[in-house]
Write a protein that binds this ligand. Structure first.
Ligand code: GLA
Length: 383
């Protein structure tokens, strides 16, 4: 590590010497502080509900950086090296809080709950009682309702060490129609092995469905490719849950069996996408060995050599190929145009509509139990 920072310092000194204009010098200095020192920087990011929103920038010893804000507990940036050591931001996002708060923000980087993904007809019955939710996606409920956890203020505490944050939020009984006071903690950790680890835990005082996830939009080209169709994806899943025209699972679990849904052998996302109506927006049933943290997917951007592996404790993975991105979002980072298939999401989760699907693994959390879910996005490179 020492060798790397010595090299970096030397390279930066050379660049500094070559700079004859002060704004370039400032840029180089900023890069120097980002790459040379692990730690957590704080930057003001606006005000929400009368409370300050801060962007916490976690940097590890090899210079990888992750930004997180209180609003929605959202990931604002993930900056990783390509196979030549050039850093680039591999998630979509907004330049400011207004961007995140705009109508139609498709959950960029946000923490999703109480129930990530869809609940059919915006209702479910639990212990004989019918609960009605906001129908915010046609007739269905999506991602926790009108004001899901991606739109609330999360308290953030820095954890011991260089690169970990604890976010907490208590969702009151009845919020967005869900039963029970849900106390949540989400720990984001950036490890020295270039992993972003997300640990979720929660407890409730009444039985409630729960399905927390993260909605980061990845494009490993870091702005070089306008779409993710040239990325290669592997997903360790022999089955998926087919959906109806409103993206609600039919209840069947089908084999991927060599068809367009089969990603057991890595393939270009663009290869079969035209054969999937509307693009990929489905839940894959992960082929798991047990309940621990296991590899679920591997995403590769061949041109930059960037690789992202996804590990999870959850039974399902929603692969969404950015089918609703249409270039109209404003306040984007660097004014970028986020076009159709401009990024993808790999959301570790339970199956959609589980509260209405008795054959799916249960998502009901009861008083006295603790919900746990870990997801790791691990970044590396290949030649
Ligand atoms: C999820 C859903 C998609 C879409 C996006 C947000 O991934 O499965 O259908 O709603 O969120 O646009």
């Amino acid at each position: 590590m020492k060798k790397i920072s010595t090299l970096l310092t030397a390279a930066l000194a050379l660049q500094m010497a070559a700079c004859n204009n002060s704004s370039e010098t400032a840029k180089v200095e900023e890069t120097a502080t980002l790459t040379a020192k692990a730690g957590i920087q704080e930057k003001p990011f606006g005000t929400f509900d009368g409370k300050p929103v801060t962007e916490y920038l976690l940097t590890n010893s090899s210079g990888m950086q992750v930004g997180i804000i209180n609003y929605g507990g959202a990931i604002t940036s993930i900056t990783t090296p390509d196979n030549k050591g050039k850093m680039g931001d591999v998630v979509l996002g907004f330049a400011n809080l207004e961007g995140f708060q705009q109508k139609g923000n498709p959950y960029f980087g946000g923490l999703i709950g109480r129930y990530g993904n869809r609940i059919a007809k915006a209702s479910f019955t639990l212990d004989g009682k019918k609960y009605t939710l906001a129908a915010n996606n046609g007739v269905n409920a999506l991602h926790g309702g009108n004001k899901g956890y991606d739109k609330v203020y999360w308290n953030i505490e820095k954890q011991a060490g260089d690169s970990s944050l604890k976010l907490s939020y208590t969702s009151p009984d009845g919020e967005e129609g869900y039963p029970g006071t849900l106390k949540m903690e989400v720990i984001y950790t950036l490890t020295s092995a270039n992993e972003l680890k997300i640990d979720y835990s929660a407890s409730t005082d009444k039985a409630t469905p729960i399905n927390l996830t993260s909605h980061a939009y990845f494009n490993l080209s870091a702005g070089a490719d306008s779409t993710i169709l040239g990325h290669e994806l592997m997903m360790k899943a022999a089955q998926y849950t087919p959906v109806d025209s409103t993206l609600i699972p039919t209840g069947k679990i089908e084999a991927v069996a060599g068809g367009p849904m089969d990603f057991n052998t890595a393939k270009l996302i663009g290869r079969d996408i035209a054969n999937v109506a509307g693009g990929y927006d489905h839940n894959w049933v992960l082929s798991r060995n047990g309940n621990g943290l296991e590899l679920a997917a591997k995403l590769v951007h061949p041109a930059s050599g960037r690789v992202m592996e996804v590990f999870t404790t959850e039974p399902g993975l929603q692969f969404y190929s950015g089918n609703f991105l249409d270039g109209t979002l404003t306040n984007t980072k660097g004014g970028a145009k986020y076009v159709w298939h401009g990024a993808l999401c790999l959301e570790t989760q339970h199956f959609p509509d589980s509260p209405n699907q008795p054959s799916f693994p249960t998502t009901i959390l009861k008083p006295g139990e603790t919900y746990h879910h870990t997801c790791v996005y691990k970044f590396s490179t290949q030649p």
